[in-house]
Design a protein around this ligand. Structure first.
Ligand code: C2E
Ligand code: MG
Ligand code: MG
Ligand code: MG
Length: 287
């Protein structure tokens, strides 16, 4: 059969696909063990108010260090977990660890990424409520980030669940906005508090491109719909100045800080303005 599919195909995909799929199946096998043996943990990346650079929250990002596979990126293991039925377990782990972290990060919002598959579970809002209650964390300290794909498969269910989550009291954000296929009509129907503008647009802001017009339009639209905006992947002063000028509310990216373990975050925060009144503002970056 493989032969019948054509020689060219075998030549093009042969060895490369073999290696990639071998790694994929190793990852799938290692997931179960990794979950049992506590190999997963969160890193945290600060989010700052665009104008003052005051830290107002963090995003929790899952990390996996496997004894023989080494560092596996979320891009690899999240989709593997979704395929293999481990994503709810991994997602629950992220929620619990994030709730624990929230207790040590007073005044900051902690954002957790949620897979569309988690949002498809009817009891997801109740699970979130329970995790927060057990950790003793007020719901408004938690933000959940979902990608546009939830607007495509089972949109009705997703809308229902997002409303239920809002009733629990957590914040909900639309992640990577602009990369999916969602229409504005859809966006109107989804009760997001926050819209995170994908870093591909932010990346192109310094260049001669239409990115500026796109980001500007997104910020205006979000404001008209009553949503806050976050510029993702801000890496330099030019990009920061641009999103400030466009009145984007928050910035996140390597310019502020890379994601880091909780201990390092706490040390980093102690040298930074947290819920300050603006006296620690980095004047170099002021508009
Ligand atoms: P995301 O939610 O959009 O997270 C932002 C990603 O951009 C992170 O990659 C972060 O390290 C990276 N990033 C932040 N600032 C910059 C920057 O200035 N420049 C560049 N080039 N990159 C930046 P990471 O940690 O590799 O995560 C990738 C994706 O994996 C996340 O994208 C999210 O979709 C997913 N993910 C991570 N942790 C979890 C989790 O616990 N659950 C679920 N369901 N998905 C997760
Ligand atoms: Mg995210
Ligand atoms: Mg994102
Ligand atoms: Mg992403």
């Amino acid at each position: 059969d493989a032969k019948r599919a054509g020689r060219g195909r075998a030549v093009v995909y042969g060895p490369a696909l073999g290696e990639a799929s071998r790694r994929m199946s190793q990852i799938e096998v290692a997931l179960r063990d990794g979950l049992r043996n506590g190999q997963f943990h969160l890193h945290f990346q600060p989010k700052a108010e665009a104008l003052t650079l005051r830290t107002i929250g963090v995003e929790a990002l899952m990390r996996w260090n496997h004894p023989s596979l080494g560092t596996v990126s979320p891009g690899e293991f999240i989709s593997a977990a979704e395929r293999c039925g481990f994503i709810n377990e991994l997602g629950e782990l992220a929620l619990r660890e994030a709730a624990r972290a929230a207790r040590e990060l007073p005044n900051l919002t902690v954002a957790v990424n949620v897979s569309p598959l988690q949002l498809m579970e009817a009891d997801f809002p109740e699970r979130v409520r329970r995790v927060l209650a057990e950790a003793g964390v007020p719901p408004e300290r938690l933000e959940l980030e979902v990608t546009e794909s939830v607007m495509l498969d089972d949109a009705r269910g997703a809308i229902r669940r997002l409303h239920a989550l809002r009733e629990v009291g957590v914040r909900v954000a639309l992640d990577d906005f602009g990369t999916g296929y969602s229409s504005l009509a859809y966006l109107r129907a989804f009760p997001f508090h926050t819209l995170k503008i994908d870093r591909s647009f932010i990346h192109s802001l310094g260049e001669q491109s239409n990115a500026h017009a796109i980001v500007d339009t997104i910020v205006h639209m979000a404001r008209a719909l009553g949503m806050r905006t976050v510029a993702e992947g801000v890496e330099d002063d030019i990009q920061l100045a641009a999103v400030r000028k466009m009145r984007c509310d928050e910035v996140q990216g390597y310019l502020i800080s890379r994601p880091m373990p909780l201990d390092r975050l706490k040390a980093w925060l102690s040298g930074r303005p947290v819920q300050a009144t603006g006296d620690n503002v980095d004047s170099r970056l002021m508009p």
